[in-house]
Design a protein around this ligand. Structure first.
Ligand code: MG
Length: 348
């Protein structure tokens, strides 16, 4: 429906594997001083000196993680990079390099891969990282994209999921729930399109939430901001699966409990209005929606004054003893246990 129907179709077999890699990566330029050798040898060579190196990898599968009927290929390339960088920033690290591997079936011509790589290149430029290698191969079932991201961090700045302490504050960047509601709108328009392909959807009221779904951004700015504010989180994670699941990860690994305040959860007005339109509870969406790629972290109460006026950060709760459990404190002041997807069932 949104996809650009490019009439040109160059068979991948015309280029060969190495010709294809050269063609797709010819415009990639080295930006990081740690990249000694990028694409073009048997392996990339990186020099991180005395820094810690963080590595993370993700596999995106057509039909499981994305639907090409409404995800433009360029956005898919962009998002495949962003979701990996988000995991690097969640370690309080700086992202530096990625490798990208793609498997495609013969229904994808060269022009489709060029679109994906244009998105990858845009993300590499926006985030200042180098694409240093990867693989391309054929697939019988559809499109697969695997990205590995690398980054560096000073040993004393590294943040894991397991450092939250009782009385720490629970903080989230940006707002949550928008990517999930963007997906609901896109799924609805897909069904409308199936019935009437000539129908032009009016997506104007949903621009923010659709962008959050199709072209999410990773919070590169948050580790930088925290360094400027002289705040080191005690634990941190990125929000890929929804607030409740990420809170559970931090609390389990830190062996603590927490109170999360429903009224504090930051929601964009478009999320609230779209939830009303779809008759979905916005708190359920924030807790269980996912794909927001915001950062969720805990800080010592002593650091509260440093972050309290910041428009990018919201305190949404605090850490308690493990024995006190994990709870959502609702607007009506009732306490509901936080479970992975559990609150949704409770609501039903
Ligand atoms: Mg993560």
């Amino acid at each position: 429906m949104i996809e650009d129907k490019n009439p040109q179709r160059t068979q991948l077999s015309d280029l060969g594997e190495f010709g294809l890699i050269d063609h797709l990566t010819q415009h990639f330029k080295i930006k990081q001083s740690s990249t000694l050798k990028g694409i073009g040898d048997d392996a990339a060579v990186l020099d991180f000196g005395k820094k810690r190196v963080v590595v993370t990898t993700d596999l995106l599968v057509e039909g499981v993680h994305f639907d090409l009927s409404y995800v433009p290929l360029k956005h898919l390339g962009y998002k495949s990079i962003v979701v990996n960088l988000s995991d690097v920033y969640a370690m309080n690290a700086e992202a530096t390099q990625v490798t990208v591997s793609i498997a495609v079936s013969n229904r994808f011509p060269l022009e489709a891969l060029e679109e994906i790589y244009a998105g990858i290149e845009t993300a590499a430029n926006v985030y200042g990282i180098d694409v240093i290698g990867g693989d391309t191969t054929s697939s019988t079932t559809g499109l697969l994209i695997s990205v590995t991201a690398m980054g560096t961090v000073d040993a004393e700045k590294e943040v894991y999921r397991n450092g939250a302490k009782p009385n720490d504050l629970l903080v989230v960047s940006g707002d949550v729930g928008a990517a999930y509601m963007g997906l609901q709108v896109l799924e609805r328009e897909k069904e409308v399109y199936k019935v009437n392909p000539n129908n032009q959807p009016d997506l104007e009221p949903y621009t923010y939430i659709i962008e959050r779904q199709l072209k999410p951004e990773a919070r590169k700015d948050i580790p930088q901001l925290l360094a400027e504010l002289d705040v080191k989180p005690t634990a941190m994670i990125d929000i890929s699966d929804g607030l409740s699941s990420e809170i559970i990860h931090i609390c389990k690994q830190s062996e603590v409990g927490c109170d999360l305040y429903e009224e504090k959860i930051p929601l964009d007005p478009q999320v609230i209005s779209t939830c009303e339109e779809f008759d979905i509870d916005s708190t359920t969406v924030a807790l269980n929606g996912g794909e927001d790629y915001e950062l969720l972290f805990t800080i010592s109460q002593d650091d509260y004054a440093k972050i309290k006026a910041n428009p990018h950060l919201t305190v949404i709760g605090h850490i308690k003893q493990a024995s006190e459990g994990l709870h959502l404190v609702t607007r009506a002041d009732t306490r509901i246990p936080i479970k992975a997807q559990g609150w949704k069932n409770f609501n039903d």
